[in-house]
Design a binder for this molecule. Structure first.
Ligand code: SAM
Ligand code: SF4
Ligand code: SF4
Length: 354
C-alpha cells in the first residue's frame, strides 16, 4: 500500500494546518429522525434534504474508500436517526469489504434497535453507541416529544443479546433537566454492561434552545458523582477520542465529553459526510465541500483524492474553541438562527451527524 500511495504522491499521513491527521469519518445516512430531542430538533418539521440527492450505499462506500486511501480508518454511522435508513446492514457489509477500516461504529437513539441489532451484528458492525438522556418516561416524553423510552431500553438490551461488546451510552446533560440522574445512569450502565458518557450540552446548529446556564460542566458533573461514589480517578490515555474517561472506586468506568467548557479541537481528527455527500471539516463549519457532484459526474478516484487532500490540508477549523472564546465578550448565545437553518439544512446537527 505504501508504494501505491507514494506513486499517487499522497503523503503517508495527511494532516491539516494544525498538524491534525485525517482519521475518523462520521457518515450520516439520513437527516430524518423519529425523535425530537429538544437540544437537537426542537421543531416538528424541517427542511429535509431532497431524496434524489441522498447518496446510495454504493456511493457512500465509494467515497469512504477514497477517504481511507488518505488515512481514515474509523467510520461512525450516524444521522439523523441512522436506523431509519432502510437496509443499513447492506452498507455495513460494503464497508467491511474495505480492509483499511479498523472500526465501524453506529450512533443511534435506540428506538429501532431491538429489531435490527442482530442483523447489524451479522453484517459486521463492530460497536454500538445508544443515546439515552433519561430513565424516566415522563422526562423522555418531554425531551423527545415521543413516548418511546421502553423501546430504547429494549434496544439497549438487544445490543448485548446480539453479541456486541463495548456498548456505550451517551447522555447529554442539561442543567435543571436531567442533572439529578447522573448516578442513576451510571448504575443503569453497570446493569447493561455499557460505558456511560456524559456530554456537555453544545450550542451546535439546531440547538436553538441552548443557553449558557443550561450547560452542566464536567467539573460540576464530577462533583455530583463524587458525592455519591467518593474519589474518582481520571484515566490517563493517549487518544484523540472526545471523551475523557474516569474510574469509580468499584472499577466502573465512565466518560465525560466536555466539548463546551474544555474543547478538544487541538487533537480533532474527525470530519463528517452528510447523507447527500457534503463534507464538513468541523461540527461548527458553515461551509462544506460538495463530493456528490464530482462523484456523480463520474470523476476519477484521483480527482476525489485531490479534493479531499486539498480540503484537509487547508483545514484550520477549531469551532468549539472559537465558540468558547465568545464567552469572554459575553456574546455566546444561539449559534445559528432558525431562519438560516431553514435556508440551509446542512447547518443542522441532525443533517451533519453528531
Ligand atoms: N439520532 C442518533 C442519536 O441520537 O444517537 C444519532 C445522531 S445524534 C445527532 C448524535 C449525538 O449527538 C447524540 O448522542 C446526541 O445526543 C448528540 N447531540 C445532539 N445535539 C446535541 C447538543 N446540542 N449537545 C450535545 N450533544 C448533542
Ligand atoms: Fe435526538 Fe439523535 Fe434525533 Fe437529534 S438526531 S433528535 S439527538 S435522536
Ligand atoms: Fe473538531 Fe470542530 Fe469539534 Fe473542534 S469543534 S472538536 S475542530 S469538530
Amino acid at each position: 500500500m505504501r508504494e501505491a500511495l507514494m506513486a499517487q504522491q499522497i503523503p503517508l499521513t495527511v494532516v491539516d494546518r494544525w498538524n491534525r491527521p485525517l482519521r475518523a469519518l462520521r457518515l450520516s445516512v439520513t437527516d430524518r429522525c423519529n425523535l425530537r430531542c429538544q437540544y437537537c430538533m426542537p421543531e416538528e418539521d424541517y427542511t429535509w434534504l431532497p431524496r434524489q440527492t441522498l447518496l446510495t450505499f454504493e456511493e457512500m462506500a465509494r467515497l469512504t474508500d477514497v477517504f481511507t486511501q488518505l488515512g481514515v480508518d474509523k467510520v461512525r454511522i450516524t444521522g439523523g436517526e441512522p436506523l431509519l435508513r432502510k437496509d443499513l446492514p447492506i452498507l455495513i457489509r460494503l464497508l467491511r469489504q474495505n480492509p483499511r477500516i479498523q472500526d465501524i461504529a453506529l450512533t443511534t437513539n435506540g428506538v429501532l434497535l431491538a429489531d435490527q441489532a442482530a442483523d447489524l451484528y451479522r453484517a459486521g458492525l463492530h460497536r454500538v453507541t445508544v443515546s439515552l438522556d433519561t430513565l424516566r418516561p415522563d422526562r423522555f416524553k418531554a425531551l423527545t416529544k415521543r413516548e418511546m423510552l421502553d423501546r430504547v431500553l429494549e434496544g439497549i438490551r438487544a445490543v448485548g443479546a446480539a453479541g456486541f461488546t463495548g456498548l456505550k451510552i451517551d447522555t447529554v446533560v442539561i442543567r435543571g433537566f436531567n442533572d439529578d440522574e447522573l448516578v442513576d445512569l451510571v448504575e443503569y450502565g453497570k446493569q447493561v454492561s455499557g460505558e456511560v458518557r456524559f456530554i456537555e450540552y453544545m450550542d451546535v446548529g439546531g440547538a436553538t434552545e441552548w443557553a449558557p446556564e443550561k450547560v452542566l460542566s464536567r467539573t460540576a458533573m464530577l462533583q455530583i458523582l463524587s458525592e455519591q461514589y467518593g474519589s474518582i480517578e481520571p484515566i490517563v490515555e493517549n487518544s484523540s477520542a472526545p471523551a475523557q474517561r474516569f474510574r469509580l472506586p468499584d472499577g466502573t468506568i465512565f466518560g465525560i465529553i466536555a466539548s463546551t467548557t474544555t474543547p478538544f479541537c487541538a487533537t480533532c481528527d474527525r470530519s463528517r459526510l452528510t447523507a447527500d455527500g457534503m463534507w464538513y471539516l468541523c461540527l461548527y463549519a458553515r461551509q462544506g465541500i460538495d463530493l456528490r457532484e464530482p462523484l456523480r459526474a463520474g470523476v476519477e478516484t484521483e480527482t476525489l483524492q485531490s479534493l479531499i487532500l486539498a480540503g484537509w490540508n487547508n483545514r484550520r477549523d477549531r469551532g468549539a474553541e472559537e465558540r468558547k472564546a465568545l464567552e469572554h465578550r459575553s456574546t455566546r448565545g444561539q449559534f445559528i438562527a432558525i431562519e438560516q437553518l431553514r435556508e440551509d439544512p446542512h447547518l443542522e446537527m441532525h443533517a451533519r451527524g453528531g
